[in-house]
Ligand binder design. Structure first.
Ligand code: ADP
Ligand code: MG
Length: 218
């Protein structure tokens, strides 16, 4: 049974993995945002994920819809900067998209990621190619959508590759949104910090989804 079957408990475990990854990348992410922005992106993301870890016990009692809503509210109230409001919008849309689902298969995961993409694009008034966190998410969603008929594991693997390519592609882009667009060279030559932290999340989510394969009957 090569099926993804991500539970809410595994999703909370995943959020903790993201918190640990972000905490570990303090210098790198701060440097990236110092090059093209105001240097606070790591602090914003770290604050958000630290708050999520603090309410872990509460998150573990939730359905997916409530879990995503609580993540959105926690980020909204606790995180400054553009990324706070954009991630809150992403998780609010995800909460609606997940409806009554108790377990996410590959299609469920794709629906969640697509909802997050739409949420960020609407809230940020932005599109793929603008050198933002949208770029890895967009490529992840497109890669997953185009391979999902070939099998769930394949779709998750290509999702992770798409995320990486989308993140790497921001290096050569001229920024249209975010602080990098106020720079003379529009940030060309630098990765977008928001794209890098989005990539971490997508990569770890893919890993969590792959770990869930075959466990549903255990
Ligand atoms: P701020 O830019 O307010 O200091 P952060 O430093 O936390 O906020 O986040 C910056 C990141 O947010 C950027 O690297 C970019 O990926 C993303 N971002 C900024 N504005 C937008 C937007 N309008 N749409 C999508 N993403 C955006
Ligand atoms: Mg910033």
């Amino acid at each position: 049974m090569n099926k993804v079957a991500l539970t809410t408990q595994q999703y909370v475990d995943y959020l903790k993995c993201v918190a640990a990854k972000i905490a570990a990348e303090k210098d790198y992410i701060t440097e990236l945002d110092a090059a093209t922005g105001d240097g606070d992106h790591w602090a914003n993301m770290n604050t958000g994920f630290t708050k999520l870890v603090e309410i872990e016990a509460q998150l573990r009692t939730c359905s997916f819809a409530d879990l995503f809503k609580k993540v959105a509210m926690t980020i909204m109230s606790g995180v400054g900067g553009s990324s706070g409001i954009l991630y809150a919008s992403a998780y609010l849309k995800a909460s609606s998209a997940v409806a009554e689902r108790e377990v996410l298969d590959a299609q469920g995961l794709l629906d969640v990621l697509d909802a997050q993409l739409q949420g960020i694009m609407q809230r940020g008034n932005s599109k793929p190619g603008f050198k933002t966190m949208i770029d890895p998410l967009y490529q992840a969603v497109e890669a997953m959508r185009s391979t999902i008929a070939e099998g769930e594991v394949q779709a998750v693997e290509t999702m992770r590759q798409g995320a990486k390519q989308g993140m790497e592609a921001t290096r050569d882009m001229e920024a249209v949104r975010g602080r990098a667009c106020y720079q003379a060279n529009k940030g060309v030559g630098h990765l977008d910090p928001g794209a890098v932290t989005m990539y971490y999340q997508l990569d770890l989510l893919g890993q969590a989804a792959l770990n869930s394969v075959g466990k549903q009957e255990a």
